[in-house]
Design a protein around this ligand. Structure first.
Ligand code: SAM
Ligand code: SF4
Length: 476
């Protein structure tokens, strides 16, 4: 299919919607929420814009509760954890907000060799216990598709003996510059998980101011269509995001929604996940961080959750723990034990060194601490990567998500992968918290006859016992 290249973000329509100031009635808000809870498609921009105009704090509470209920319905109470893997900070671009930009003379530049990538992976999957990574590089000829493909193969080749079994990275997503179809095919062939690119801002005028004209990133449309090219390359798991704090957050939420709708319309598959990172302090950047308040951040998360009901929602360690706690009920993924210096996992590390990383992190707690906290809050940490490996991607996963069926797989695989992690990596304190939670989860499955048939329950028990004896990677 030949795609006509034009800006599908209707700037004028968004601006007009944002100029409206009539507050919707409670009944109108509830109708929109009802549509969202059905989860069959993304909301209309006018519907999301109406939710944004709510002023009544009690109605906002209803919106927050609905966003949490929707997350539970589609993905159950599991939170998937991952780690970012920063392999190089060489970059030809000069994005005004980023510590890696070429004009930042204070940045200490480094690119990992395959041997170093192997060492980082050994720590991530053998000591910390991660199963899923997002591989990140700046845009540079030395870290193009060939480098990324080789890195993915290197990461997947690492296998480390653990207390009871073995550790291995089972899924590597990539966040890198927009690529050509040919390059995307190369990284797909090397085992790419999700292809993630953030548009930064959907406001083309603002985009031009932040990305100097002489740099490749200044091409707004090349970036806007990179997910289309991914589909053309046969990749059906794509991830969207905007960098919040650059412009009006309301505009960016409607921009993200328009992008999701465009993918739904063109490919019948929406984004697999949406990210909503907030601008953080960065070495060599004069832009002011945290212009978005914690209260607005929570609204952004709830609005995206309801607007693109089937999509996973990712919150990152850019945020401080209390901010993450406020949005976690709407989110499906978070990172933990996060380090964003190049080669930082396998080196001794006491504090963040801004000139060696892209921006400042707000949550540097270990995976063990994060999992313990999530367990106390009633969320089970999942290391599940089975959906992708069992062919539940693209159109297939969209149907399962929209019908609420994926939540069943989420629950069962969360139990199995959590069991693996508790036995291989948990500290005694986290293990104690985890055991209580996993027992409760198993009881819930056993009590739900309609949702989980006798055969499924039996398989769960068999797999669970085999995992306890050291077998790994058994899933639904
Ligand atoms: N270089 C590639 C690109 O720009 O698409 C991919 C990697 S970039 C390192 C990943 C993302 O980090 C960017 O898309 C941007 O949204 C985000 N980022 C950059 N500077 C940031 C900052 N100061 N605070 C928070 N996030 C930032
Ligand atoms: Fe380079 Fe990406 Fe940073 Fe821009 S955001 S300077 S492209 S690493």
């Amino acid at each position: 299919m030949k795609t006509e290249i034009k800006n599908f973000i209707n700037r004028q329509e968004i601006i007009s919607l944002l100029k409206l100031n009539d507050e919707p009635s409670a009944a109108q808000v509830r109708d929109i929420i009802k549509k969202s809870l059905e989860a069959s498609c993304a909301l209309e921009p006018a519907e999301t814009a109406a939710l944004m105009r709510v002023k009544d704090p009690q109605i906002w509470e209803e919106i927050f509760s609905a966003a949490a209920a929707l997350k539970k319905k589609i993905y159950d109470n599991r939170v998937v954890t991952f780690a970012p893997f920063y392999a190089s900070n060489f970059c030809v671009n000069n994005c005004l907000y980023c510590g890696f930009r070429t004009g930042n003379s204070k940045a200490v530049r480094r690119k990992l060799s395959m041997e170093e990538i192997k060492k980082e992976t050994e720590v991530l999957c053998g000591e910390i216990g991660h199963k899923r990574l997002i591989f990140v590089v700046g845009e540079h000829p030395s870290t193009g598709a060939d480098y990324i493909a080789e890195a993915l193969k290197t990461i997947y080749s690492v296998r480390v003996k653990t207390r009871m079994g073995y550790g291995q990275i089972r899924r590597v997503n990539v966040n890198a510059a927009p690529m050509s179809v040919e390059d995307l095919k190369k990284i797909k062939a090397a085992g790419l998980g999700t292809y993630q690119v953030f548009q930064e801002t959907y406001d083309e005028e603002l985009y031009r101011k932040l990305h100097p004209a002489s740099t490749p990133k200044s091409d707004f449309l090349w970036r806007l269509y990179c997910h289309h090219r991914a589909f053309e390359a046969g990749i059906d798991d794509v991830a969207l995001g905007a960098l919040f704090g650059l412009g009006d957050w309301r505009f960016e939420v409607l921009g993200l929604l328009s992008h999701a709708r465009e993918l739904e319309k063109t490919f019948k598959v929406g984004p697999h996940t949406v990210s909503f990172p907030r601008l953080e302090k960065a070495c060599g950047s004069k832009l002011k961080e945290n212009e978005i308040s914690g209260e607005d951040f929570k609204k952004i998360a709830a609005l995206i959750r309801l607007s693109v009901p089937y999509a996973g929602l990712i919150v990152t360690a850019r945020e401080r723990p209390e901010v993450i706690r406020s949005v976690i009920p709407f989110c499906t993924q978070r990172d933990a034990s996060t380090r964003i210096g190049i080669g930082a996992y396998s080196h001794s590390y006491e504090k963040q060194e801004l000139e060696k990383q892209q921006f400042e992190l707000g949550d540097t707690r270990t995976l063990d601490e994060v999992i313990g906290e999530l367990a106390e809050m009633g969320y089970i940490t999942s290391f599940c990567t089975s959906g992708y490996r069992c062919g539940r991607t693209g159109d297939h996963i969209m149907k399962l998500l929209k019908s609420g069926h994926e939540a069943r797989f989420c629950k069962l695989n969360a139990i199995l992968t959590f069991r693996e992690w508790l036995d291989d990596f948990a500290s005694p304190q986290t293990k104690a918290r985890g055991e209580k939670l996993i027992e409760k989860e198993i009881k819930e499955v056993m009590a739900q006859d309609e949702r989980f048939g006798a055969e499924t329950k039996k398989t769960l028990c068999v797999y669970y016992e085999r995992i306890k004896k050291g077998e790994r990677d058994l899933c639904f």
